[in-house]
Design a protein around this ligand. Structure first.
Ligand code: BES
Ligand code: MN
Ligand code: ZN
Length: 474
């Protein structure tokens, strides 16, 4: 899909479709259009649409009328309108469309353009049904947006974010027999090739040499070899990089602490943290942002086997701290802790890890906000702000010392679980023991990375949040 700004008046647009936004109680200056709206009893509530043909004084043959409700129009409601516009465009098999400019409450024109391109492009994502021929319903080829601005930067940023989200969604939706740790490593290598990035893949021997016994303990019961991926984009000289770390458990059976059967297929999504940092890398590289960004992906498959980790096992992490594994299903923190220690070598400005870490965050926050926890309030605030801008929001949870005490072990420096209470916070407390040397935040995306039920599928979150955070640092 191609996005561009146009200075042309919308009634002169000669593509096959133009959009008209209608607020509640708003009367159209074009009386033919107003008559048709009245005739069709058009209700201008948010996200209602109506297709009209051959409206007088419009050059284009079709109009799609989109309701935007009462003034002022909120960012969320604008997104809702764009989503229903996307499905109306698909149904009407539109090839070229033009949108007028529109005021969104508290947002500038660049925001509107970015979100428009992002939402329309993201709506065209189609899941790959492996082995089944794809039927392509997307006819939309070009989107023009009325603007006095001269360049397409904001539109292209929205497109790049959607392209990053598409990579994240593809990887998440992929069956776990295809999307293995080795597959994620190959994906990183092809990103490196396409965008001129530096890529390093450590295999199990390499990790053993660094003392990453905690990470390695998780993949022991799997026949898929574990990997540690790092991918660096350098476009800001010697600046310290932003480092993003993504949990890449390509399937989480729970291991010996085996999960219950119902819905276990969804544990293929336990690599969505990894997928989202790779998607963010794609978006940032595509935008050619002047920044240094490194992504680190510890990736494993968590399986039960005769040689798998057992409850009671004690492992020594790369940091030297020992861990008593009381539950092999609390595996995310075991791979992240070694990856977080590894990050020190990049001399990061900040480290943000992204993980489908706890079921408890879904109980606490549902599927709307991701959880954020941080050892640096300014960083947590920056992430909140980026999330609010991108409409990919986070909610902060505490990290007090009292919670950390729940990780006490009689047999090692810490246990890998803290008990039933505050499961999301104790998981973050565990990670915080490995992040003392830099500014760090943790995003728990277990509730936001994918949808279940009839809409089952990866969402592409939190690529918009992370990309906006990176943009805000330039
Ligand atoms: N990947 C899961 C977390 C998860 C569960 C994400 C359900 C999305 C939906 C993680 O590895 C896990 O199993 N966490 C345990 C931790 C517990 C054993 C302390 C959990 O949340 O139950
Ligand atoms: Mn688990
Ligand atoms: Zn997991």
């Amino acid at each position: 899909m191609e996005f561009s700004v146009t200075h042309q008046a919308i009634d002169l647009y000669s593509g096959d479709c133009a959009v008209v936004f209608v607020f509640k109680d708003q009367v159209q200056q074009n009386t033919d259009l107003q008559d048709l709206l009245t005739l069709n009893n058009f209700d201008s509530k948010v996200a209602n649409t109506l297709v009209l043909s051959r409206v007088k004084s419009y050059k284009t043959s079709r109009l799609i009328v989109v309701g935007v409700g009462e003034l002022p129009l909120s960012g969320k409601n604008y997104v809702k309108s764009m989503l229903s516009l996307a499905s109306a465009l698909e149904t009407a098999k539109v090839i070229n469309v033009m949108l007028p400019s529109i005021d969104v409450d508290g947002k500038d024109e660049l925001w509107v353009q970015q979100i428009t391109a992002r939402v329309l492009q993201n709506a065209s994502y189609q899941v790959d049904k492996h082995g089944i021929e794809k039927e392509n319903n997307n006819t939309l080829a070009s989107v023009s947006v009325y603007s006095a601005l001269k360049d397409n930067t904001a539109l292209n940023q929205g497109l790049a974010i959607a392209n990053g989200m598409a990579l994240t969604r593809e990887l998440g939706d992929m069956p776990p027999n295809i999307c293995t740790p080795s597959y994620l490593a190959e994906t990183a290598q092809s990103l490196a090739k396409n965008y001129g990035l530096e890529c390093e893949i450590l295999d199990e021997d390499g990790m053993e040499g660094l003392g990453m016994n905690s990470l390695l303990s998780v993949g022991k019961g799997s026949s898929e070899p574990s990997k540690l991926i790092s991918l660096s984009y350098k476009n800001a000289g010697d600046d310290q990089p932003i480092v993003l770390v993504g949990k890449g458990v390509t399937f989480d059976s729970g291991g010996i602490s085996l999960k219950a059967g119902a819905g276990m297929d969804e544990m293929k999504y336990d690599m969505c943290g990894a997928a989202s940092v790779l998607g963010t890398m794609r978006a940032v590289a595509e935008m050619e942002l002047p920044i240094n960004l490194t992504v680190v992906v510890p990736t494993v498959e968590n399986m039960p086997a005769h040689n798998a980790s057992k409850p009671g096992d004690v492992v020594k992490s790369m940091s030297g701290q020992t861990i008593e594994i009381l539950n092999t299903d609390a595996e995310g923190r075991l791979i992240l802790c070694d990856a977080l220690t590894y990050c020190e070598k990049f001399n990061p400005s900040v480290v943000i890890d992204v993980a489908t870490l706890t079921g408890a965050v879904i109980i606490a926050l549902g599927k709307h906000h991701s959880g954020v926890m941080s050892n640096d309030q300014a960083l947590a605030d920056d992430l909140k702000e980026a999330g609010n801008t991108a409409l990919d929001t986070v909610w902060q949870l505490p990290l007090d010392d009292e919670y950390d005490e729940l990780l006490k072990s009689n047999f090692a420096d810490m246990a890998n679980i803290g008990g039933r209470e505050a499961g999301t916070v104790t998981a973050a407390c565990f990670l915080s023991r490995f992040t003392k040397d830099y500014r760090w935040a943790h995003l728990d995306i277990a509730g936001t990375a994918w949808d279940s039920g009839l809409k089952k599928g990866a969402t592409g979150r939190p690529v918009p949040l992370l990309t906006q955070y990176v943009i805000n640092q330039t």
